[in-house]
Design a protein around this ligand. Structure first.
Ligand code: NAP
Length: 247
């Protein structure tokens, strides 16, 4: 499952799942673009980690919600590595509130990053992915997009929205042999989950048949597989990696 000489852009790669994906890609021979928005030191740590393990990585700052910044990032990547073969739309945020307290600003912020970012990055890289040999789009959704989740009407909507987007882009890439798939992780031990109150986490744990939260390492293998040529005949799919949660 080598990614030798494939240029892979991972959004939100300074921390959490994105960091794990970037490092996994680096270990497997990819040229990795480590995108971040604000955690600069962490992003350079990821680059150094990949370089230290014999891989190749560059850091690229951009707020994925801002199309102009994404286009500038793309230009800088192009100068370093040429076209993008694999885009992982991973960057995401939560602004959790019961719907009765959720403001239009809370709604828009999550839409702008989680779906606006997916539009901006996919739009900017689309021709590269389509023209690549075995180009790949991998969108990081969530089990919350499948089940819904109390206090996450905005977030759940963005994560469900990725399913329709992925299936449609899969159709539009298929003629050229490139693919688009979605990974829907369960609850993963990152900063995002750290913000959830303990009593809510206890309730979530009761719903996970494998009786533990996921580690980042539980998710990255699936993303590597989808990025590789091994997954050539899979497209338009949503792959749950969630400890057996039903939906
Ligand atoms: P995290 O630890 O909070 O990391 C989020 C990453 O996204 C950071 O690198 C952050 O960069 C970046 N980011 C946020 N807003 C950005 C923006 N506007 N532009 C560019 N980068 C931005 O979150 P995580 O848990 O790893 O989540 C990663 C993805 O997995 C998200 O899409 C999330 O919805 C999904 N997911 C997470 C879980 C979970 O339980 N953790 C479960 C299912 C799905 P900076 O720090 O540099 O801003």
């Amino acid at each position: 499952m080598t990614l030798d000489n494939r240029t892979c852009l991972v959004t939100g790669a300074s921390k959490g799942i994105g960091r794990g994906i970037a490092e996994e890609f680096g270990r497997n021979g990819a040229n990795v673009v480590v995108n971040y928005r604000s955690s600069e030191d962490a992003a350079y740590e990821v680059r150094d980690h990949i370089d230290g393990a014999g891989g190749e990585a560059v850091v690229a700052q951009a707020d994925v919600a801002n199309l102009g910044e994404v286009q500038e990032m793309y230009q800088s990547v192009h100068d370093a590595f040429g076209g993008i073969d694999v885009l992982v739309n991973n960057a995401g945020i939560t602004v959790d509130k019961k719907f009765e307290s959720m403001t239009r600003e809370d709604w828009d912020r999550v839409m702008d990053v989680n779906l606006g970012g997916v539009f901006n990055c996919t739009k900017t890289c689309f021709e590269d992915i389509r023209n690549a040999t075995e180009g790949r789009l991998v969108n990081i959704s969530s089990v919350v997009g499948q089940q819904g989740n109390y206090g996450q009407a905005n977030y759940a909507t963005t994560k469900s929205g990725m399913f329709g987007f992925t299936r449609t882009i899969a159709l539009e890439l298929a003629q050229e042999g490139s693919t688009a798939n979605c990974v829907a992780p369960g609850f993963v031990m990152t900063d995002m989950l750290a913000d959830v109150p303990d009593r809510v986490k206890e309730g979530i744990l009761e719903r996970i048949p494998l009786d533990r939260f996921a580690e980042v390492e539980d998710i990255v293998g699936m993303v590597r597989f989808l990025a590789s040529e091994e997954s050539s005949y899979m497209t338009g799919q949503v792959l749950g990696v969630n400890g057996g949660m039903e939906w």
